[in-house]
Design a protein around this ligand. Structure first.
Ligand code: F6R
Length: 610
């Protein structure tokens, strides 16, 4: 999820590009760069780190001027954050500059083909192939060349391209990743999101998949990829800058909850091969042979990532037939764990900087374990320490309370369990196909699940009055309860506990009294009846029950006070959907209490102290 901006007009482009990038930094901030067309050259400046580093570089090495340019603030997906991996990317002859948001799935094959015909690459990114393809395809008309290039790309992309061969023009295309065009007087703009354009124009076109915009100072032409003109309607934006940054949502947390369908699509992109009933992890060095030699798997993590690890361990054990467990990282490292060279230790982390997880990894490495990271931030310490890493591709998560990072961790954990199961021969063709089909459906089912947000609001608001809350579920549903209770604790400051539903009668049932709110999760057909009995037990003591149930299962008895349905999906994948209503309940309870939702008291986004 990077930020893109482009300008064609009569003013100096550079200050407008830098201002736009500053307003888009919430979309990514591991490196930044600009390209400005000036006197027949493409002037490119790039710098790793925050935008200030780019500004410093420009102070040392200024761009003389230019009225057309493009800019980018990066959130890495391919290639660690660095100067050379920062965008814009250029071809060998420095004629074309490209900024890109998204993932080019077939970049490795394209790169091999281009290298065979003499193209030399300077970065590790998937984006650079586009600049080289343009060099190969250009024949005097940028828009025509872009059409020929996008026809060769697979994946998701928003691209903005400039060339010194046609200095008055930039071309933008969209496939899956967002892009808007801003219309001014004698100047026009393009950006990945509205905040970049607000100081300059409020008249925008939203580009749709398969559309291309040819942008010059005095006109914008939108066509499809065959060159057929498309009539676009204008939208007049009324948001202020703060609302625009949050996509119109009052908090980043709510925005990020609603970004989950897209984040899941990104996490799964290019990794499902239904033809071979296989999972494809590009760049993973853990071979099927290595997977067969494993005798145990540990998932180590903290907080929300630990909850994802609980699900990961359950799935790995079931699908890959290898003992697997989740461990709280800060506990693992101090208890002299029995790990050796036949152990895979998987660190799960959004930030990739959590010191407890990092230290647990180091303890595992000292004992000879094989390491793997499931990480969101590319090039982070955990990703570097593990060497082998599967990125979750959730994009930047700004709200302290983790939401889309969690559900993408769950999706990647399911992919890993299928990968290991296939490699070890414990997962048959038919079951693998069922799981891959379920995974493919997840983004759409997540969208359906989130459509209920409006109905959940009063239910969450009613929870705002609660002093104590209990979450019950069995197996994977208990894991969902664990994550639900953490969410409401951390943002609404309500005391909450999650229990495996079968444990209830061994103690916690004593806490249930008249009016106690109890959230029950039941999505597993084989456990549903058992959970229904536990609902009876709490109802008999006067509990007020909110239940999250897979839509094809019965409603747990008529006494449930509020029933939330989630779409039918493979039982191993329900945690991805079932947690979403719980995220929303926590959010609405916190909002009703007037809490500082994106920055809860006493908490930090990345915990780098023990
Ligand atoms: C909860 C939350 C924390 C983090 C935990 C691990 O919403 O965000 O519990 O999950 O601090 O952080 P990462 O995943 O960055 O290692």
């Amino acid at each position: 999820m990077c930020g893109i901006v482009g300008y064609a007009g009569r003013r100096q482009a550079l200050p407008i590009l830098l201002d736009g990038l500053r307003r888009l930094e919430y979309r990514g901030y591991d490196s930044a760069g600009v390209a400005v067309l000036n006197n027949g050259t493409v002037e490119v400046r790039r710098a790793a780190g925050r935008l200030e580093n780019l500004v410093e570089r420009l102070a040392q090495d200024p761009i003389p001027g230019g009225q057309v340019g493009i800019g980018h603030t990066r959130w890495a997906t391919h290639g660690r954050p660095s100067d050379v991996n920062a965008h814009p990317h250029c071809d060998c002859s420095g004629q074309f500059a490209v900024v890109h948001n998204g993932i080019i799935e077939n970049h490795a094959a394209l790169r091999r083909r281009l290298e065979d015909t003499g193209h030399r690459f300077t970065s590790e990114t998937d984006t650079e192939v586009i600049a080289h393809l343009l060099e190969a395809e250009y024949d005097g008309d940028l828009a025509e060349a872009v059409r020929r290039v996008v026809a060769q790309l697979e994946g998701a992309f928003a691209l903005v391209i400039a060339t010194r061969r046609e200095p008055g023009r930039i071309v933008a295309v969209r496939q899956e990743s967002p892009l808007i065009v801003g219309l001014g007087r004698d100047e026009n703009f393009v950006a990945s999101d509205i905040p970049a354009l607000l100081p300059y124009t409020r008249r925008i076109h939203v580009l749709e998949n398969g559309e291309m915009a040819d942008i010059r100072a005095d006109r914008v032409t939108v066509t499809d990829w065959n060159g057929k003109p498309v009539q676009k309607a204008f939208i007049d934006v009324t948001w202020d800058a703060d609302a625009a940054e949050k996509g119109g949502y009052p908090h980043f947390m709510l925005k990020e909850i609603h970004e989950q369908p897209q984040a899941l699509a990104d996490a799964l992109r290019g990794r499902l091969d239904p033809d071979g009933a296989r999972v494809v992890f590009e760049d993973l060095s853990l071979t099927p042979e290595d997977a067969r030699r494993l005798r145990q798997v540990y998932f180590v993590a903290c907080g929300t990532a630990y909850h994802a690890s609980l699900a990961a361990a359950l799935l790995t054990e079931r699908l890959a037939g290898v003992p697997a467990r989740a461990e709280i990282a800060s506990e693992f490292r101090y208890r002299d764990p029995l790990v050796d060279e036949h152990t895979l230790v998987v660190a799960v982390s959004q930030s990739g900087e959590t010191i407890d997880t990092l230290s647990a990894l180091r303890a595992a490495r000292e004992r000879g374990a094989r390491l793997l990271g499931i990480v969101n931030v590319v090039g982070s310490s955990i990703a570097r320490d593990c060497g082998d890493v599967i990125y979750t591709r959730a994009g930047p998560e700004i709200s302290v309370a983790s939401t889309k990072a969690y559900t993408t961790q769950l999706a990647v954990a399911a992919l890993l369990a299928v990968y290991l199961g296939r490699a070890r021969g414990t997962l048959g063709d038919h079951q693998a196909r069922e799981l891959l089909a379920g995974l493919r459906d997840l983004p759409e089912l997540a969208r359906e699940t989130l459509d209920q947000a409006g109905e959940l609001r009063p239910v969450g608001e009613a929870l705002a009055q609660a002093r104590d809350l209990y979450y019950l579920g069995r197996g994977l549903d208990w894991v969902t309860g664990m994550e639900g209770q953490l969410k409401i604790k951390e943002i609404a400051y309500i005391h909450a506990e999650a229990y495996p539903a079968g444990e209830l009668k061994h103690g916690p049932l004593a806490l249930i009294e008249d009016g106690s709110p109890v959230v029950v999760v039941s999505t597993q057909p084989d456990l549903h009846r058992k959970t229904a009995s536990n609902v009876q037990e709490v109802k008999a003591r006067g509990a007020r029950v909110i239940a999250v149930v897979r839509e094809d299962l019965d409603d747990l008895g008529a006494e449930v006070d509020h029933l939330i349905r989630i779409p039918r999906v493979h039982p191993f994948l329900t945690p991805v959907l079932a947690v979403m209503p719980l995220q929303l309940l926590a959010y609405y309870a916190a909002a009703a209490r007037g809490a500082d939702i994106d920055k809860p008291r006493n908490l930090a986004k990345s915990v780098t102290v023990e």
